[in-house]
Write a new protein. Structure first.
Length: 328
């Protein structure tokens, strides 16, 4: 007599379990968006919350992570190469698609590259990696953040200024002038300060006093939920601002090609499972608001940047769940 087949509940499915880790991240974003959309809170509150997250909560989280990290003697260079190899491939494809397929000028081509390759590592990547990978993943992501913002902003600014010159003429600034400007901003960047302070604490070997450590833990604990809610509130500024066709393609590149390339590079370079998961997952998150900031700085591509941010955030819950299921 045949025994009855085992009953497999949805709760026992690995995909379901991973979705339970990923979905709360996007639900918090949705809550933030809805509170502004329904008039429960004003947009200005979201701006203030975002400033708190960027200037206080996340820097404290990065300080705690780096100061207490166990690097196991691992070199950061393979991690950086794995991630930025994926960025280079995706950025190039995004630029070529925008200029060759959609016939846009070089400036929109740069915005296409930025929109497809600039992940929201701070506001979504950190909470995601924290929930799904754990402390080793946060260490890996902190190492990435040490160079991600300066490198991406310098490259984006240099390429955009070259494109601006080719389209409308004008005198271009030298590379040193751009690096000096971006470097000056980074010295005052709270994320960089938090990382640097954490590294100094780590190298000193000094213990954190219990009272101070407790306060740091409480502030760091606010970083993830506050970041996600503030991001959702900020999404009310964007929406779908035209350019839906090209934005859809850039969204596919961001959510599929970039993490795929980072995964291949991580395998070839032999990164640990935890570091590979952290790099792939943070590369799989929606486009960061830096794409909008660059568009705003140069006065071009606002619709493309806004639409890509909105689309990648709207479908990110599904694609991020897929990548988490594949990796974990």
């Amino acid at each position: 007599m045949l025994s009855p087949a085992p009953v497999v509940s949805a709760e026992s499915s690995p995909m379901f379990a991973i979705a339970l880790d990923v979905l709360p991240i996007f639900i918090l974003i949705l809550i933030g968006w809805a509170m502004v959309k329904l008039g429960f809170l004003k947009m200005e509150i979201g701006d203030a919350l975002s400033e708190f997250v960027f200037k206080v909560a996340v820097p404290v989280l990065l300080f705690r992570t780096i100061s207490q990290a166990d690097f196991h003697g691992a070199s950061p260079f393979k991690l950086w190469v794995a991630y930025f190899a994926g960025v280079a491939v995706t950025w190039t494809v995004g630029h070529l698609v925008a200029t060759r397929v959609f016939g846009r000028d070089a400036r929109v081509g740069v915005l296409g590259g930025v929109s497809s390759a600039f992940a929201n590592n701070v506001f979504i990547g950190l909470p995601l990696v924290s929930r799904t990978v754990g402390e080793d993943g946060i260490v890996a992501l902190s190492i990435l953040l040490a160079v991600h913002l300066p490198l991406m902003m310098v490259i984006g600014t240099v390429l955009m200024e070259q494109a601006e010159r080719s389209v409308s003429g004008g005198e271009a600034r030298g590379l040193l002038a751009i690096i000096r400007q971006v470097g000056g901003n980074l010295v005052r960047n709270p994320l960089v300060i938090g990382l640097a302070a954490g590294l100094l604490m780590h190298l000193s070997g000094l213990p954190t006093p219990a009272l101070v450590g407790g306060l740091i833990d409480q502030v760091a604990g606010m970083a993830a939920p506050a970041a996600l809610i503030s991001l959702g509130m900020a999404l009310n500024k964007y929406g779908l601002s035209g350019n839906v066709g090209i934005a859809t393609v850039m969204s596919v590149l961001k959510l599929a090609l970039l993490p795929g390339c980072v995964w291949v590079a991580s395998q070839l370079l032999g990164l640990s499972d935890e570091w590979t998961a952290a790099m792939v997952l943070t590369s799989s998150v929606p486009t960061g608001i830096n794409a909008w900031l660059i568009a705003n700085r140069f006065g071009v591509g606002h619709g493309l940047a806004a639409s890509t941010i909105t689309l990648t955030t709207a479908v990110g819950a599904l694609t991020v769940t897929f990548w988490a299921w594949l990796l974990l």
